[in-house]
Ligand binder design. Structure first.
Ligand code: DC
Length: 225
C-alpha cells in the first residue's frame, strides 16, 4: 500500500477544490493530473498538430510538467513557461479529453505520475487515479454530481477566470467530455471497486471535505495500527 489519497470524478464534481483542501489538512502534496493532460494538449494545439498521432507521439518522449507553489497557489509549468491560465481554456479542455484516449499519452502520464507519487503523502486527483495509477492507494474517493450542478459550477469557475461561455455551451462541452472520458477503451472514468462514492450535488464544500477527511483518518488509523 502507498500513502496516497485518490480523488476521481467527472468535470465539475468538486474534486479539485476538495482535493486541495484535503491535501492542506493532511500536510500532503496535491497532484492535479488533469493539468498534466491539459499541458500536453496545449503544446499539441500550439504546434498545430491537430490529430496527427505520429507527430505528437514524438513530443511525448520529452514531455515534462512541473508544479511550483507561488503565494500559496500551485502553478503549472511546461518548458519553463507558466501555463496555469492557458490550460484552462475550453478548447484545451476538449483536446485534453480527446488526447487522453491514446495509449501512448496515458503511458507517459502514468510514468510521470508514479514518479511524483513514489514517496507518498500526496492527494492525487483525476479520472483513473484509484483504478490505474495509484491502485495501491490506502484511501480512494469518487465524487459525482448531477449534470446541471456540475455545469453551473464549471460556468461560474470559467466566469471568475474571465472566460465567458454560455451555460448551454458549458453543458454541451461537459456532456461531450463525459462521453469521451467514460467510454474510452483505456482507463475509462469509473469508480474503483474500493472507492467511497460521494454525490456532491446537495452538499456544501465543507461537508464534502469533512466526509473525505474523516474517512482518510479512519483508514490511516487502521492501516498504521
Ligand atoms: O480534470 P480535468 O478537467 O482538468 O481533466 C481534463 C481532461 O484530461 C479530462 O477530460 C480527461 C483527461 N484526464 C484523464 O484522462 N485522466 C486523468 N487522470 C485526468 C484527466
Amino acid at each position: 500500500m502507498i500513502e496516497v489519497v485518490t480523488i476521481d470524478g467527472p468535470s465539475g464534481s468538486g474534486k479539485s477544490t476538495a482535493s486541495k483542501l484535503i491535501a492542506k489538512k493532511l500536510g500532503y502534496n496535491y497532484l492535479d493530473t488533469g493539468a498534466m493532460y491539459r499541458a500536453f494538449a496545449l503544446i499539441v494545439l500550439e504546434k498545430g498538430f491537430e490529430y496527427n498521432k505520429s507527430k505528437y507521439v514524438k513530443l511525448l518522449r520529452n514531455f515534462e510538467v512541473e508544479f511550483k507553489t507561488r503565494n500559496n497557489n500551485q502553478r503549472v509549468y511546461c518548458e519553463e513557461r507558466d501555463i496555469t491560465e492557458a490550460i484552462r481554456m475550453p478548447d484545451v479542455s476538449m483536446w485534453a479529453s480527446t488526447l487522453s484516449k491514446e495509449k501512448e499519452v496515458r503511458d507517459r502520464m502514468f510514468v510521470l505520475q508514479r514518479k511524483i507519487g513514489e514517496n507518498g503523502k500526496i492527494v492525487a486527483e483525476g479520472r483513473d487515479m484509484g483504478t490505474v495509477v495509484f491502485k495501491d492507494a490506502f484511501a480512494k474517493f469518487f465524487l459525482n454530481a448531477s449534470l446541471e450542478v456540475r455545469a453551473e459550477r464549471r460556468w461560474k469557475e470559467l466566469k471568475e477566470k474571465g472566460i465567458n461561455q454560455s451555460l448551454q455551451d458549458v453543458i454541451n462541452d461537459i456532456q461531450k467530455r463525459d462521453e469521451q472520458d467514460t467510454h474510452r477503451d483505456i482507463a475509462p472514468l469509473k469508480p474503483a471497486e474500493d472507492a467511497l462514492i460521494i454525490d456532491t450535488s446537495e452538499l456544501t464544500l465543507d461537508e464534502v471535505v469533512s466526509k473525505i477527511y474523516e474517512n482518510v483518518i479512519q483508514k490511516l488509523k487502521v492501516w498504521k495500527s
